[in-house]
Design a protein around this ligand. Structure first.
Ligand code: 5GP
Length: 176
């Protein structure tokens, strides 16, 4: 699509970040481009509307906050931050997942998540899928329904989509 092509031009490839050998997709030039940022938010919101709407948007720290919060306001629903371990005051629930080296933990505050809420989970990049899978598990163990996941960019070679249990996944653009 025209939007995907515009996004592709505004995502910068950075070699050896944050570690040697890792190729990082820097979305900040896209965020700095007002019309493209606005169009990405509206596109993600339109996909959620087309899928029957949601009760809440959950965003994954940190770039999932940047995209998820405006998607929530565009949909007229609230926003739930899913954060890295130790950042949220309790009560919290957490889920851990494996990284290439070591593990990570995501947390949310169940007090802000109504039972049975239909939630759209938003993040910037779907890579190996570990982060999104842990966040989706966390939402479901807390009694929410993951209505779908929305990303700006999917790195298809990393196979993340296969880890998302067949949940509906929308992305604006893919790269190999
Ligand atoms: P995964 O758990 O799917 O391997 O990694 C996804 C998480 O790491 C997301 O929260 C995403 O923000 C971050 N991430 C991984 N690789 C990249 C990248 O190349 N660019 C950006 N912007 N974020 C990335």
């Amino acid at each position: 699509t025209e939007l995907a092509a515009r996004c592709a031009r505004l995502i910068r490839d950075v070699a050896d970040f944050p570690l040697a050998g890792v190729g990082f997709k820097d979305i900040n030039p896209l965020l700095a481009d007002a019309p493209t940022f606005a169009d990405v938010v509206e596109h993600l919101a339109a996909l959620a509307r087309a899928a029957g709407g949601v009760d809440l948007v959950a965003g994954i720290e940190a770039r999932g906050f940047i995209l998820g919060a405006p998607v929530a306001t565009a949909l007229g629903v609230g926003f739930l931050p899913i954060r890295k371990e130790g950042k949220l005051p309790g009560p919290t629930v957490s889920a851990s997942y494996d990284l290439e080296y070591g593990s990570a933990t995501v947390e949310l505050q169940p007090g802000n998540l109504p039972a049975g809420a239909r939630v759209l989970l938003v993040d910037d990049v779907l890579a190996t899928g570990g982060t999104a899978a842990a966040a989706a598990t966390l939402l479901r163990t807390t009694g929410a329904v993951v209505a779908g996941l929305a990303f700006l960019l999917e790195i298809t070679s990393l196979g993340g989509r296969a880890r998302l249990d067949g949940l509906p996944v929308d992305v604006i653009l893919t790269v190999p």
